[in-house]
Design a protein around this ligand. Structure first.
Ligand SMILES: Nc1ncnc2c1ncn2[C@@H]1O[C@H](COP(=O)(O)OP(=O)(O)OP(=O)(O)O)[C@@H](O)[C@H]1O
Ligand SMILES: [Mg+2]
Length: 241
């Protein structure tokens, strides 16, 4: 599922076509406005195979969110390369990155990040606003809500939903543009154990039925038990036990 390359000089390494995410010597250093630099990722090189269901774990501050944000095209690298579905994203313009986020990636966050004034279905449709919402999109959003078990909650606003239901709406929103990869940062962090398990079950079903690669950042041991593989991070690197 994951091919980690400990050798720091891997410029010649060829991943096969099975890999949807590839990183080469990925490094992220934060400088701006700081008294001293923070090296958040150090020379990280690995590949993740298509249709994987994996977790990224590790202590607080080890670089998990930094890595996820870079893989998700939400943040830039300091050096090194990232390829998503064979596209070199490290050299793309802001506009092209936005296109990749739109066409290939879905995000799920700990805090759900739903718009409180919008109904569940309108939250699901949100990513389509820039390109214009068509009539058939609404039917598709309803279908996706049904797929995540919320067909009868489409008109509810977030405050009228439980935590688990809110996270399902967030997952439906991640699905609206048929992503190839879902990145989830602590998706069960605000949920009780049973609800968290249901959310992971749902993500696993989507991974299996739609072939979506799912990468979950987590501290949750329950999740680590349910994924194909855990990538352990320590001090900005991947730690092999
Ligand atoms: N925008 C930023 N500017 C400066 N430093 C940052 C920034 N974001 C993260 N860092 C630093 O980079 C390191 C890695 O942070 P990151 O958020 O990736 O950790 P994490 O593994 O996700 O931790 P947690 O489990 O607490 O969420 C930390 O030392 C953090 O203080
Ligand atoms: Mg984090």
């Amino acid at each position: 599922m994951v091919d980690y390359i400990p050798d720091q000089q891997i410029t010649d390494h060829e991943f096969s076509d099975e890999y949807i995410i590839k990183t080469y010597n990925l490094t992220k250093i934060y400088y701006e406005g700081l008294p001293s630099e923070v090296i958040a990722l150090k020379n990280v090189s690995f590949g993740i195979k298509k249709c994987s269901f994996i977790a990224i774990a590790g202590p607080s501050g080890s670089g998990k969110s930094t890595l996820l944000n870079i893989l998700g095209c939400m943040d830039s690298t300091t050096s090194g390369r990232v390829l998503l579905d064979d596209i070199e994203v490290t050299s793309l313009s802001e506009k092209d990155l936005a296109d990749i986020r739109k066409t290939k990636i879905g995000f799920v966050f700990q805090d759900f990040l739903l718009i409180p004034t919008l109904s569940a279905i309108d939250n699901v449709l949100l990513p389509l606003i820039p390109s214009g919402i068509k009539k058939e999109d609404r039917a598709r959003a309803q279908e996706i809500l049904e797929q995540v078990g919320l067909g009868n909650r489409a008109k509810h606003r977030p405050k009228e939903l439980s935590g688990g239901e809110k996270q399902r709406v967030a997952i439906a929103r991640a699905l609206i543009q048929s992503p190839k990869i879902i990145f989830a940062d602590e998706p069960t962090g605000n949920l009780d154990t049973t609800t968290g398990e249901d959310i992971i079950k749902l993500l696993r079903e989507l991974n299996k039925s739609l072939g979506i690669t799912v990468v979950i950042v987590t501290h949750d041991l329950m999740i680590m038990d349910k994924v194909d593989l855990v990538l352990n991070m320590r001090d900005g690197g991947i730690h092999i036990p």
